[in-house]
Design a protein around this ligand. Structure first.
Ligand code: PEP
Length: 256
């Protein structure tokens, strides 16, 4: 049994009105809101954080935002700060998702500022890293992952490192139905763990959770979650429906 509790996180992206989000989370709470085998996180859009947070009250499920701005306040139209998220009782925030890197030109340096600001404000960052198809085909996977990990975690202290969650998400597997093979995923997860050992030492590295993300669904989850260094999943498509999300939670519980 791993010392790391498995974590299943649902990234709802730009989906669901507030009413739809509450309906979905109520179903998840009814099915999994009291279990203690797996940590569960849901990341609705900003507009549903408050209503989903209320629906989560009394359950074990934690709230995450999908993005954050590093500054505490100011003239940043359209942005949301760590303090604003904490005031809505968010515990986690997704940073560096490939969609933000690609569509919003987010750099490793900017993502690092978000990681540091989140940790300072007691928000746990879920730092997403991963290679594109061209990078994988060009044998650049490990180099890309190393650069994104080291830059994203620059300046993070040993003490705070265990509050970070890493999500390895090969860009070519996100929303495409193409899932990395268990060998491909485990190889990169083990590499990430070895980098964490260099950065923070063995004891800390063994406590940091590394999630897999990219077309994870109930049919492929058991094999992925059985891998030594795969500590859970960051789920897009399959988190938008309670039945598949709950099945993923059960798969993680069975793999613990
Ligand atoms: C994601 O966007 O984080 C993700 C993993 O999406 P999907 O599960 O739909 O591939």
């Amino acid at each position: 049994m791993s010392i790391r509790k498995k974590l299943i996180a649902g990234n709802w992206k730009m989906n669901k009105t507030s009413a739809d989000a509450v309906a979905l989370v109520q179903e998840i709470v009814a099915e999994a809101g009291k279990q203690n085998d797996v940590d569960i996180v849901v990341a609705p859009p900003f507009t549903s954080l408050e209503s989903v947070g209320k629906a989560l009250e009394g359950s074990v499920i934690k709230l995450s935002a999908q993005n954050v701005h590093p500054e505490p306040s100011g003239a940043y139209t359209g942005e949301i700060s760590v303090g604003m998220l904490r005031s809505l009782f968010a515990n986690y925030v997704i940073v560096g998702h490939s969609e933000r890197r690609i569509y919003f030109s987010e750099t490793d340096a900017f993502i690092n500022q978000k990681v540091l600001a989140s940790l300072k404000g007691q928000l746990k960052p879920i730092l997403c890293i991963g290679e594109t198809l061209a990078e994988r085909e060009g044998n650049q996977t490990l180099k890309v992952v190393q650069t994104q990990l080291e830059a994203g975690l620059d300046g993070v202290s040993k003490d705070l490192a265990t509050s970070v969650v890493i999500a390895y998400e090969p860009v070519w597997a996100i929303g495409t139905g193409k899932v990395a093979t268990t060998e491909q995923a485990q190889e990169v997860h083990a590499f990430i763990r070895s980098l964490l050992v260099k950065l923070f030492g063995e004891a800390v590295a063994q406590k940091v959770r590394i999630l897999y993300g990219g077309s994870m669904k109930p049919s492929n989850a058991p094999e992925l979650l059985a891998q030594k260094d795969i500590d859970g999943g960051l789920i897009g498509g399959a988190s938008l429906e309670s039945r598949s999300f709950v099945e993923l939670i059960k798969a993680a519980a069975a793999a613990k």
